[in-house]
Design a binder for this molecule. Structure first.
Ligand SMILES: Nc1ncnc2c1ncn2[C@@H]1O[C@H](COP(=O)(O)OP(=O)(O)OP(=O)(O)O)[C@@H](O)[C@H]1O
Ligand SMILES: Nc1nc2c(c(=O)[nH]1)N=C(CO)CN2
Length: 145
């Protein structure tokens, strides 16, 4: 995860190995959540993430299927957006253990919707779904040169 001029990494969760949600007949995923300070607005940020996905040769063969990398915007400041190509907060974030568990690690008290925090959504997760998110490891991030 390279640092760049307009994007500074501020928090990074551990990496979790997670059971596939949606299309379940596929390998496990690795999921993590990070926090950034950025000069990009939400739309520019989405474009930047798509370029990074492209650079990493994401394979878009099957919706919810195997791919190299998938980068999503979960929340952006207090922003609420509902455009065709960009919805913030991410519409499926509150029901996904593979997002909520690492999100909780870096920002348990962050509000997602009105008075609902990440902690609140994590507590609501069925135990079975939480158990399918298993600590895998921590990434080592190089300091800026
Ligand atoms: N908050 C968001 N973050 C990233 N993409 C978003 C967001 N809201 C809407 N999108 C749109 O969703 C489109 C499809 O994204 P993508 O192919 O990553 O879906 P997916 O990973 O298969 O499913 P999911 O969106 O459930 O994670 C993107 O091209 C983007 O325009
Ligand atoms: N475990 C897991 N399942 C998924 C994931 C993911 O990142 N992890 N992403 C999906 C579509 O974005 C659909 N299903």
């Amino acid at each position: 995860m390279k640092q760049e001029e307009k994007m500074k990494l501020t928090k990074l969760s551990p990496v979790y190995e997670t059971a596939p949600v949606g299309v379940t007949d596929q390998p496990h995923f690795l999921n993590m959540v990070s926090e950034w300070n950025t000069d990009y607005g939400p739309e520019e940020l989405l474009e930047r993430l798509h370029r990074i996905e492209h650079e990493l040769e994401r394979i878009r063969e099957e919706r919810w299927g195997p791919r190299t990398v998938d980068l999503d915007i979960l929340i952006y400041d207090e922003e609420n957006m509902n455009k065709e190509h960009l919805i913030i907060p991410h519409p499926r974030l509150t029901e996904r253990a593979f997002v909520l568990v690492p999100f909780f690690d870096i920002a348990p008290d962050r509000f997602v919707h009105e008075d609902r925090t990440v902690r609140w959504y994590v507590k609501k997760l069925p135990e079975k779904e939480r158990a399918e998110v298993v600590y895998w490891g921590d990434l080592l991030i190089e300091e800026d040169a």
